[in-house]
Ligand binder design. Structure first.
Ligand code: ASC
Length: 155
């Protein structure tokens, strides 16, 4: 019983930690705000390439569906989608981010988490080898990007 309890507690802690790491932290390790802005812009640039350019080409039908390539890119995206949020710690206003992010952190974090969840669904769909499922999940990720951009991106 004790063993089971500690296993459950460990699992709960791990879950809590990974969720906390995935969304915006209060503090960060960057020396300057400019570093934080450059970091998150670099992360979004990578996400934009893997999602918008590579997976997007398949979703739009510009590139033939290759299940293995799509799966690989979806797995890459699943890592990348965790990255930008560390660049939005307290006091890191700037770049293309609207200042109101910092007054609406709960909502911002919710939208960030929605993107993480949508990418997890995309990765699952990519494992099915089913183009229709991929396209549907791709649209879900796009919607999560748009929802946050509409509220919080300057342009
Ligand atoms: C992209 C990209 C975005 C989103 C958004 C989805 O590829 O660069 O900002 O998808 O356009 O609606």
């Amino acid at each position: 019983m004790k063993k089971l309890l500690s296993a459950v507690m460990l699992a709960t802690c791990t879950l809590a930690t990974s969720t906390a790491l995935a969304v915006t932290p209060a503090e960060d390790h960057f020396e300057t705000t400019d570093d934080a802005v450059q970091y998150r812009q670099a992360a979004f640039k990578l996400i934009g390439d893997v999602f918008g350019a590579r997976l997007g080409a398949v979703a739009r039908g510009d590139v033939d569906y290759d299940a293995d390539a799509v799966k690989e890119n979806a797995q890459t995206l699943k890592v990348l989608i965790n990255l930008p949020w560390a660049g939005f710690a307290d006091g890191r206003e700037g770049g293309n981010a609207q200042d109101k992010i910092w007054g609406n952190k709960d909502d911002f974090n919710k939208k960030a988490q929605a993107a993480i969840d949508a990418v997890a669904e995309l990765e699952t769909a990519s494992e099915s080898g089913d183009l229709a499922k991929f396209k549907q999940a791709f649209a879900g990720v796009g919607q999560s990007c748009k929802s946050c951009h509409d509220s919080y991106r300057k342009r």
